[in-house]
Design a protein around this ligand. Structure first.
Ligand SMILES: [Zn+2]
Length: 232
């Protein structure tokens, strides 16, 4: 096998590696959680927070109501105990009880409002949680698929890396230096076939001299684009 043929074989693997590494980067980028999932998760968290806030409000109100009830009961008990004879004191106590009852009524109204709001918040939270479950399930399926693709791509990359190493070991350092430099400068294509008298790299019709040089064992280069020419 000529050096040009060996370099061409190396190039085929290097080009495949380039494509696979690009695919690997694309897959990795696609594995970042999309905004759609993040948005739904944020909405579910917000719904959960407002629900928890209302539940806490209601618990506090219930405790407050209990305290008010106890206070009203004890004040009424005191009022009807017959131990208070002073009319001024009785009046003041009656006013106090009336005030406590008004507070209790306001609190009952507030609690009713909170309960309505809680019912709505519960519905919103359930809907948001269901949506999140659905979108997360879909995303995880997609992610598992991407993982599978990435594993396959990485396995092929590892295999090709070994193959290119083996091929490079059979080539001389100066030939490899030429090849690497051309690959870097010529869009990953250092070696070009001659097809119908034209360089496949730059499509220019080659002079006979280039064509006959390409048939020799030593490396020949396209006089137009500088790539290594591969005859046949
Ligand atoms: Zn050329």
């Amino acid at each position: 096998m000529t050096t040009a043929e060996q370099l061409y074989r190396l190039q085929q693997r290097d080009q495949r590696l380039d494509a696979l590494r690009k695919r690997q980067r694309d897959i990795q980028a696609a594995m970042n959680e999309p905004t759609s999932v993040l948005d739904v998760r944020a909405a579910a968290a917000t719904a959960q927070q407002s629900l928890a806030g209302l539940q806490s409000d209601l618990r506090h109100a219930e405790l407050e109501r209990q305290t008010l009830d106890e206070k009203i009961q004890s004040e009424e008990k005191r009022l009807y105990s017959g131990r208070i004879n002073n009319s001024k004191e009785i009046m003041s106590l009656e006013q106090e009880i009336a005030s406590l009852k008004r507070r209790r009524t306001r609190l009952d109204d507030q609690m009713l409002e909170t309960m309505f709001a809680l019912e709505e918040a519960q519905k919103t939270q359930t809907a948001a949680a269901t949506k999140l479950t659905t979108i997360e399930r879909r995303w995880h399926t997609h992610l598992a698929n991407l993982h599978e693709q990435l594993t396959a791509v990485e396995a092929e990359i590892a295999e090709l890396e070994v193959e290119t190493e083996v091929l490079r070991e059979t080539l001389g350092a100066s030939d490899l230096a030429i090849y690497d430099e051309l690959r870097r400068k010529k869009g990953g294509r250092a070696v070009a076939h001659i097809v119908s008298g034209r360089c496949e790299g730059c499509q220019v019709a080659l002079p006979m001299l280039d064509i006959s040089r390409a048939r020799q064992p030593a490396l020949a280069f396209c006089s137009q684009c500088g790539r290594v020419l591969l005859a046949g």
